[in-house]
Design a binder for this molecule. Structure first.
Ligand SMILES: [Zn+2]
Ligand SMILES: [Zn+2]
Length: 439
């Protein structure tokens, strides 16, 4: 098998400014082009491209291909990163490979087409610090590669399947978010898929070494590439796939106690409200229960290091704030919020369904990301929380950071620091999977 290519959606805007550094070929022409370019939307399905001293109109897309991949690159200006996160910002980013700009519904989208291994070099360099240990980087290389190839495969299947991610009925508002949002490219460049900044940052020799050492290595289950997920911190226990996304069972994405032994004094049957409460309000030992700055700096970017309390956290929301959030973010008016009642929890204690009782009525929301988005301007750290009512406010006491399915990055960093090799780290978080080289 050859190294596959991937199409990454970088940005969408009415106008896109870019710069070609080196010689590029326009798919339709033989003349090479370079320098500054601007694509501007002119209608629902047309745009003008100014490039050098030329001006052309396109109906569908333009593809710009470097003559020599190793020598040429391109820059995109005003790329927004951290969309809807507290650290949202704009920057110029540089990319290797091809640039495709297409128009759809009066919007332009810039797509970068490149080899999977080049993409991984960038993604892992952006996600992880250059100081990360080699075994952690190797583990990350294998899951990022597996996840990516699994998404490309899944994307192909979804195109003709009747794929639903929203159920709205008398019972409530149950929604999950997944790749179905991208029909014109394989993955986006933000945290929704995997954070990708092209070759803006110089990739670390360690990352290159980890990729080379694991080239073509993926996780397999039942001879299929695993949908290997990861996130920042599980909170002590990992979650099942079907509790967060579509109701499909992946036996390798299941409950894993993120510790060498089952923590003494706790019952890890966390779908039970009483056990979940004791777990979330407690401080059980776990690989990811750490404040080790040196290890944390290996997995968290500068802006993520602003977050200190991720293993156990707490926020307070007033009744009025929740009412306002629900109205704006979910479009639901339940009146004054009287109670938040856990209805169903997953195996990590994360809420899958939460009932909101208001003066005008009640609604049940889910799944975990919908709950996190509904009760916060951006996202709650996780949906593993318990609710305490204090006069006209609700105190949410929570555990973990992220969806909790698959590899716990902070836990894996600690495992690596303790000397676990990458295969053991992977087998810990993806029980029943096997590691195999496919190219
Ligand atoms: Zn995405
Ligand atoms: Zn963990």
């Amino acid at each position: 098998m050859n190294i596959p290519t991937i199409e990454v959606g970088i940005m969408s805007a009415k106008s896109i400014d870019f710069q070609l550094n080196g010689r590029f070929l326009q798919a339709t022409g033989e003349e090479t082009v370079n320098g500054n370019g601007t694509a501007t939307v002119t209608g629902d399905s047309s745009f003008i491209l100014h490039l050098g001293d030329k001006q052309q109109t396109f109906d569908e897309f333009v593809l710009l291909e470097p003559v020599n991949e190793e020598e040429a690159n391109f820059e995109l200006h005003h790329v927004i990163i951290g969309v809807q996160f507290h650290w949202e910002r704009e920057e110029t980013q540089r990319f290797k490979g091809k640039l495709k700009i297409y128009v759809e519904n009066g919007m332009l989208t810039a797509v970068n087409i490149l080899s999977v291994e080049d993409y991984l070099l960038s993604v892992i360099s952006s996600e992880m610090s250059a100081t990360s240990s080699l075994e952690l980087l190797k583990a990350h290389a294998v899951i990022s590669r597996s996840w990516l190839l699994a998404q490309i495969e899944k994307g192909k299947q979804l195109k003709d399947a009747n794929y639903k991610t929203l159920i709205r009925n008398e019972e409530g508002y149950i929604r999950w978010y997944d790749r179905e949002d991208h029909s014109r490219f394989d993955v986006c460049a933000d945290d929704h898929c995997q954070r990708y900044q092209g070759i803006t940052k110089v990739s670390a020799p360690q990352v290159y070494e980890a990729l080379k050492a694991t080239s073509g290595e993926v996780l397999l289950y039942d001879n299929k590439i695993c949908d290997a997920r990861f996130y920042k911190c599980c909170g002590g226990v990992t979650e099942k796939f079907e509790h967060v996304w579509e109701p499909v069972v992946h036996p390798y994405l299941t409950q894993v106690i993120d510790n060498e032994i089952i923590p003494v004094g706790y019952n890890t049957g966390l779908t039970d409200e009483k056990n979940a409460r004791a777990w979330i309000l407690g401080n059980p030992p776990a690989f990811c229960n750490t404040h080790d700055h040196e290890v944390l700096s290996q997995v968290l970017n500068d802006y993520d290091q602003e977050t200190q309390d991720f293993y156990r956290w707490q926020i307070t929301l007033t009744q009025a704030e929740i009412k306002d959030l629900l109205l704006r973010k979910v479009g639901i008016d339940v009146g004054d919020v009287l109670d938040l009642i856990p209805v169903e929890r997953g195996v990590s204690g994360r809420l899958i369904r939460l009932k909101i009782v208001g003066s005008k009525g009640e609604i049940t929301i889910g799944k975990e990301l919908e709950i996190r988005k509904s009760l916060s301007e951006s996202h709650l750290y996780s949906s593993a929380f318990v609710v305490e009512k204090v006069s006209d406010s609700f105190v949410l006491k929570g555990a973990g950071w992220g969806h909790g399915v698959g590899l716990c990055q902070i836990g894996a960093a600690i495992m690596s620091a303790k000397g676990y090799p990458h295969r053991e780290i992977l087998m810990h978080y993806f029980p029943q999977a096997e590691i195999k080289k496919i190219y």
